[in-house]
Design a protein around this ligand. Structure first.
Ligand code: FMN
Length: 399
């Protein structure tokens, strides 16, 4: 029997841990799972904040019922975000609690109608509106595009708890510990960065607006919908989100190569060695065919420098490299330095596509761009060394 975990006297965590889904949103790998956090506020009126992915409904109801008697109804379901990993149990919850009032903003309610065909007992709230549960007064703040247009946060003014849904959350199922002071936060912070860069980073200007709102609040606890509940130092993750969404980067360089027979790899290895000789201590080299794009995006978000090297494949960029550049273009990263190299045997293709990727984004392109026919010569490798040196200078200049 699963039980609720108390956060304050009247607020409990009633989430679920998913270690079965391999790919979040069908895209982002989950080697250590993900949690779907939902919260219960017990007052004169009872409110739930978000739900869980539908496949975890049974666990969820067990946790809910460990606090509420079967006969006690849930009055409100507050929907901070409509992505189905949080909203997936809404329709069944309405069947379990037929009088349940579903609370959301105008855009949330439009989505509830479209996703779940729920038309009645919908309560529309606006930015700044208050929902009175008795002792607890909940205030709603709209934070559009962190991560969908309808996203909002809910602030409990009584216990000073902020329910933030996707904001400040991360990958990684909860492995016994639920609070930041109970778990290895080094692991969860790297998973929070991976979540931020994969899911929310594209919307960084909106994250900045949301952070400005959050900073005005007197906070004791942040309750995100994925990852640990932040009660010992809630501002730590807000500060990290602030840095990441301002595109503040660490001194270091990610080197990613796409290579079938090792010739392009020789070039990127020479660049990595040169970066290291020039004193860049944090150099992460990845084979684009083997590294999961989720971790590549995380590292690239974190570090100031990026090197992309690709062979030509059927006149184009090597397919996994094409996937990476497309993913990166969608993330709209700013303020990073980029070095490029490519190889071919007859038609060319890889380097010109990498250059057009660089032109379309906000990258500081560092020269020389190195293009090699079949196998790099000593002279080509010297060019790679030169590129590494120039990258190291550019990375330092941006410190
Ligand atoms: C399946 C395949 C398709 C290729 N297509 C092209 C091509 O369209 N144009 C070209 O110039 N070279 C092409 N090449 C040659 C490679 O791009 C070239 O040999 C490169 O140096 C290989 O680098 P690598 O050893 O890092 O894989 C192709 C090679 C292979 C194996």
């Amino acid at each position: 029997m699963y039980k609720a975990i108390p956060i304050t006297e009247s607020i409990s965590w009633i989430g679920a841990n998913d270690r079965e889904t391999d790919l979040f949103e069908g895209l982002w790998t989950l080697p250590r799972g993900v949690s779907y956090n939902s919260y219960l506020i017990c007052d004169e009126k009872v409110a739930l904040v978000d739900t869980v992915k539908s496949s975890y409904l049974t666990d969820y109801l067990q946790r809910l019922r460990s606090v509420l008697q079967d006969c006690k109804p849930v009055d409100y379901l507050i929907v901070n975000h409509m992505e189905p990993d949080h909203s997936g149990s809404i329709a069944v919850m309405r069947q379990v609690y037929p009088d349940l009032k579903i609370v959301g903003n105008k855009k949330t309610l439009e989505m509830i109608r479209a996703f779940y065909d729920i038309q009645d007992n919908l309560v529309e709230v606006k930015d700044g509106d208050v929902l009175d549960l008795g002792t607890h007064k909940l205030v709603f703040a709209l934070i559009p595009m962190v991560h969908w247009p309808e996203t909002m946060v809910t602030y409990d003014t009584t216990d000073k708890v902020l329910f933030t849904c996707d904001a400040f959350g991360g990958f990684g199922a909860l492995e016994g510990g639920v609070f930041d002071d109970e778990v290895d936060m080094d692991f969860y912070e790297s998973e929070i960065l991976r979540y931020f860069s994969n899911i929310v980073g594209r919307y960084s200007p909106f994250v900045q607006k949301a952070i400005a709102r959050v900073r005005t609040l007197d906070l004791k606890v942040i309750c995100p919908s994925h990852g640990p509940v932040l009660r010992s130092n809630p501002w730590r993750v807000v500060d990290l989100y602030d840095r990441w969404s301002r595109h503040e980067t660490e001194e270091g360089c990610v080197v990613v190569y796409g290579s079938m027979y090792g010739n392009t790899k020789k070039m990127t290895d020479a660049i990595a060695r040169s970066l290291s000789e020039a004193g860049i201590r944090k150099v992460a080299v990845h084979d684009v065919s083997r590294a999961n794009v989720s971790f590549l995006v995380r590292d690239i978000w974190n570090f100031r420098g990026l090197v992309l090297g690709s062979c030509t494949y059927n006149t184009e960029l090597f397919p996994p490299m094409a996937h990476l550049t497309r993913t990166l273009a969608n993330k709209a990263m700013k303020g990073r330095v980029l070095g490029l190299c490519g190889s071919y045997s007859w038609s060319r293709g890889a380097l010109s596509e990498l250059l057009s990727f660089a032109e379309k984004g906000d990258w500081e392109l560092v020269e020389p761009n190195v293009e090699v026919k079949s196998c790099p010569t000593e002279a080509d490798l010297e060019q790679c060394t030169l590129l590494g040196q120039h990258l190291a200078q550019a990375i330092r200049a941006k410190s």
